[in-house]
Design a protein around this ligand. Sequence first.
Ligand code: FUC
Length: 348
Amino acid sequence: MKAVREKFAELDGRTVSIFTLVNRQGMEVSCLDYGCIITKILVPDRDGRMENVVLGFDTLEEYQQHSPYFGAVCGRHAGRIAGGEFELNGKTYKLAKNNGGNNLHGGVEGFDKKLWEAEVTEGPDSASVIFRYVSKDGEEGYPGNLEMKVTYTLNDRNELEISYEGTSDEDTIVNVTNHSYFNLSGDLKREILDHELTLKSDRFAELDEALIPTGKLVPVNGTVFDFTEGRKLKDGNTSDNPQNIRVGSGYDHPFLLAENENEEISLYDAESGRRLVVETDQPAVVLYTSNTLEGSFSIRGVTAANHLGVCLETQGLPDAVHHPEFPSCILKAGESFRSVTAFKFSQE
Ligand code: FUC
């Protein structure tokens, strides 16, 4: 399978490259070594029409000026950390505060704004881009030199696999995700409100005013957070549940996954017939329905509007470092962090 590297832009005298992976079915994934940003995913609808199903830009400047983490890898810690600080081994670490008084998606200059080292590999039925970045001890306030590796692999079955690996020379915290905004209508023809989502999750994390987990994991039964039988995303918009209203109408919530690597997340757009199944080894997915995307900029010709994309951020629960009852985000010195998420596209 093919992987092509081309120049995309320049950043402080360094070249930013764009990589394009194309499989035998014509599916295409483009990504940058800046932020490991996925700029484009072309997949067929039920009539074989190849269209883009993620929000992205064609210039680096737009990513720098407007992007709410479009397609990027978020780290070291995806999601909010309350008060922008935490304690580990009896020491308090003060993080960059870039979201009110809190740390969000790794801080002021998280993984999404770094230029990563990149190489491509081509196999008989898959192709990969491997990104590497060393996050120095103290970067954005986090402890330990953390060596990260992120691999994007496209195969001939229209599956994109993202794998993350990390090792640190000191105990630290790691919680990474990819922040792609999906819109299965193709080329942003419609909002995502009519997309139907199925989630194998029976609990979601309640959020406080700052959108940080309170610690309470709420049963989804009888609420618009129940996606176990499938539900349109618009239900979160019209809902009078204070949790939906709090996040600006919609969803911006971590869901605890009841199963792993067994079609636990499935997104379907009936009009185009496109389906995306997401499988992960991570304990949670943050469902974000781009409730605050509205802005005076355009996304490949389409005016930025709320609910134009939906993020399925597979990861650990945000702020786990303050909630010992949540699955831990601590990475011990010398141990390996590993996580894999697969995005599988099909048509019906
Ligand atoms: C998501 C959300 C946030 C934020 C951001 C752009 O992960 O949890 O609220 O708006 O992305």
